[in-house]
Design a protein around this ligand. Structure first.
Ligand code: SF4
Ligand code: SF4
Length: 342
């Protein structure tokens, strides 16, 4: 198909807990993930929204939730998955509404509820007879009575202790989806160190990629909650619509220009350009792709032969500006050309 714009919205996948078997997930039947709990709590889920232990079909009386499983650790993902704390709070509240006498304990490193209204929601949940323990369990053992014993040290009291639970819920983090990895290879999109797609600028161009007309949104670019995902989708759709509504493509005027008589073919510019907009050809001369160049200036400062200038920001133009500023204060004729360049 020929298209004018592409929006990549390939989402996320759950941290592969079945491969790592952390907290005996996949070994003890009553250790489940928050995503599985979400499904169980759904009125159209397999148990009509009621929660039963998988091992014996009983309603759990002591539930533990463990935050940051696979997240914020050098053994898993170093990053925060952004949504797990809020999801745990929401599910804890749903459990309390359904089973008011059930004890719920949330183990956490810090509770991160950064989006609008979420901090207030967190304070509200803390007042609802839910136990919060700052500390991450290190080990889990199955008792003879079918309960699971969690061993943990409490960060605030600095003591190693244990508690028994009949259901353990793991708040697993996000990883890039298989589709994200696949599409990045097909389209040559840049990825960050955590495997999510890279935007051109996290603050100023959060849905744009280095290629004109290709936009990214939602968790393809990193962990996000639903409001943030919707906002980025609207941003990407708006960018694509703006591009398609024009009959002509407007090109940046401030782009790199090359003096090929000075170029020595050292490849430095090619290596520093994040947009693949400059490349050295077979004659060992760098060539600028004017449609791809974003005018960032990285190649200009990297060139040892001073063969590249930015249009409208040429050295000669900057020198003239300095001359104009300096003229009222100094006798300009006394400043040598070398001094001005310094
Ligand atoms: S950095 Fe300068 S000299 Fe080296 S290839 Fe690029 S333009 Fe040529
Ligand atoms: S100005 Fe920036 S985008 Fe353009 S060729 Fe140089 S490094 Fe690449």
């Amino acid at each position: 198909m020929k298209v004018g714009a592409v929006i990549v919205a390939t989402g996320w996948e759950e941290y592969p807990i079945l491969k790592t078997n952390e907290y005996k997930y996949g070994i003890y039947p009553d250790v489940i993930t928050q995503i599985e709990l979400e499904r169980i709590l759904s009125p159209i889920g397999p148990t009509g929204g009621h929660v039963y232990r998988i091992s014996d079909g009983n309603i759990p009386k002591n539930i533990a939730m463990i935050q940051c499983v696979g997240s914020r650790t050098l053994r898993g993902n170093p990053y925060c998955s952004a949504v797990c704390c809020s999801v745990a709070l929401k599910n804890a509240q749903l459990l309390k509404q359904e089973y008011p006498t059930t004890n719920i304990t949330i183990f956490y490193i810090d509770i991160r509820t950064w989006d609008k209204g979420n901090e207030e929601y967190y304070r509200n949940i803390r007042g609802q007879n839910i136990n919060f323990i700052k500390g991450k369990p290190g080990d889990i053992k199955l008792n003879d009575d079918g309960m699971m014993r969690l061993y943990f040290d409490t960060t605030l009291e600095s003591e190693v202790t244990s508690m028994d639970f009949d259901l353990v819920i793991l708040s697993t983090g996000m990883i890039p989806s298989k589709g994200t990895i696949e599409i990045s290879e097909i389209m040559g999109l840049s990825k960050g160190p955590n495997g999510f797609l890279s935007e051109v600028h996290g603050c100023l161009k959060p849905v744009e990629t280095k290629d004109n007309g290709i936009y990214i949104c939602g968790c393809a670019a990193g962990p996000k909650n639903i409001p943030y995902s919707v906002t980025s989708a609207l941003g990407a759709a708006s960018k694509a619509a703006t591009l398609l509504s024009n009959d002509i493509l407007r090109q940046e005027l401030i782009i790199a220009e090359l003096d090929d008589t000075l170029c020595v073919g050292c490849y430095r510019c090619e290596k520093v350009c994040d947009f693949e907009a400059i490349a050295v050809n077979d004659d060992q001369i760098a060539i600028v792709d004017e449609l791809k160049c974003k005018g960032c200036g990285a190649c200009v400062t990297s060139c040892p032969a001073r063969a590249i200038d930015l249009k409208y920001y040429r050295d000669s133009q900057i020198e003239e500006e300095i001359r104009g500023i300096a003229e009222p204060f100094f006798s300009i004729t006394s400043i040598s050309q070398e001094k001005i360049q310094e």
